[in-house]
Design a protein around this ligand. Structure first.
Ligand code: TXA
Ligand code: MG
Length: 336
């Protein structure tokens, strides 16, 4: 299908006039798709209940799932959350960047943003286009990933436009996202016991090193425990096509066997050394580089989900460093 004229014109290049247009949309309580260094966000005025309600409606997200509030600076963060010394230390090292801090919230943030919780998740993003937009606004921006609830997160403006474009004012184009996985979330409500709520581009080790104390890791995803962060819902980041996860290192020797069904696709960590059928074997990096794998994962899933495969096999990443963030998303994408 050819994209219609109206579909392409909903994506705006990041020039001054368009930043201004997007700022006006947000000021009017409308929603805009925005680029971040992790994934694209669905942005609305976090200080307005009506705008935030639209975010939940457009995404089809349950109101019990709290949103991340985005600010242009540490100074701005202090207006909306009660920062403690641990938060100050992490912000000084990692902001602007792919780190979200969960902290006691200030009254100025409406309850709908935090799903009634007394804490708020707050992040100062690094993407220059989003930053230029944030700096034009005198309110904070609530922005979940700009995908329909439980679908694959978007890493290009086109992904946002395809699934949500008809429901929002515009999408600001900031190119392909640098990291391709969502921010690391750290719970600092009680700073003596910091906890990772979601794996992301910043490793637990670097959080722990900065704080000078150990950090708790997320519970294993197959545990049906109470949800600390709803990004931890078991089924999440999922394409419509069935996804089956294969152990790291187990796929390269079985390529022909795995693809014998003819309607299956296979995603490997790196380019295969041996012969393989064309058209059904894909790889996320040339040589197993984890940053490359993370960056390409969602966009490859978007691409394959638009094709006619009955099943997608994905090789898990090596379970270290950024590989843990990738595997966390893969387990959820494969959850039935
Ligand atoms: O990289 C990112 O974080 C992207 C970009 C757009 O900034 N945003 C993102 O938002 O991934 P979303 O809504 O898809 O995921 C937000 C996560 C959810 O798991 C949510 O439960 C958690 O943040 N969260 C938000 N507020 C929280 C709170 N007060 N306490 C605990 N978790 C919270
Ligand atoms: Mg999300």
């Amino acid at each position: 299908m050819q994209p219609s004229m109206s579909s392409t014109s909903r994506i705006l290049s990041p020039e001054e006039a368009n930043l201004e247009r997007c700022a006006r949309h947000l000021e009017a309580g409308e929603l805009v798709g925005v680029p971040t260094e992790t994934v694209y966000g669905l942005a609305g005025d976090a200080s307005r209940e009506d705008a935030v309600r639209k975010i939940f409606t457009v995404k089809g997200r349950p109101l019990i799932d709290p949103l991340i509030v985005h600010v242009p600076s540490l100074e701005a963060a202090r207006k909306y959350a009660a920062l403690n010394p641990a938060a100050e230390a992490l912000a000084a090292r990692f902001w602007p960047g792919p780190l979200t801090l969960v902290l006691p919230k200030k009254a100025i943030i409406p309850d709908i943003v935090t799903a009634g919780l007394p804490s708020v998740a707050i992040r100062c993003p690094a993407h220059p286009v989003f930053r230029a937009l944030l700096e034009r606004l005198d309110f904070p921006v609530a922005a979940p990933s700009a995908n329909p609830f439980s679908y694959i997160s978007p890493t290009t403006a086109a992904h946002v436009d395809l699934h949500l474009g008809h429901k929002i004012a515009a999408t600001l184009d900031g190119g392909e996202c640098q990291h391709g996985v969502e921010s690391t979330i750290v719970d600092l409500r009680t700073p003596e016991t910091p906890a990772i709520l979601r794996y992301g581009p910043i490793s637990p080790e670097s959080i722990s090193e900065t704080l000078g104390s150990p950090v708790r890791l997320p519970a294993k995803t197959n545990q049906r425990s109470a949800q600390a962060a709803p990004g931890t819902l078991e089924k999440h980041y999922s394409p419509r096509t069935r996804v089956t996860l294969l152990e790291h290192g187990s796929a390269h020797d079985r390529i022909f066997e795995l693809l014998s069904g003819n309607q299956t696709a296979l995603i490997l960590n790196r380019r295969p050394d041996r012969d393989h059928p064309t058209g059904a074997v894909y790889w996320l990096s040339e040589d197993g580089n984890l940053a490359e794998q993370a960056k390409h994962l969602y966009s490859l899933l978007h691409r394959l989900d638009a094709m006619d495969f009955k099943e997608i096999f994905i090789e898990a990443a090596v379970d270290e460093g950024l590989g843990r963030s990738i595997n966390d998303r893969l387990k959820r994408a494969a959850a039935k």
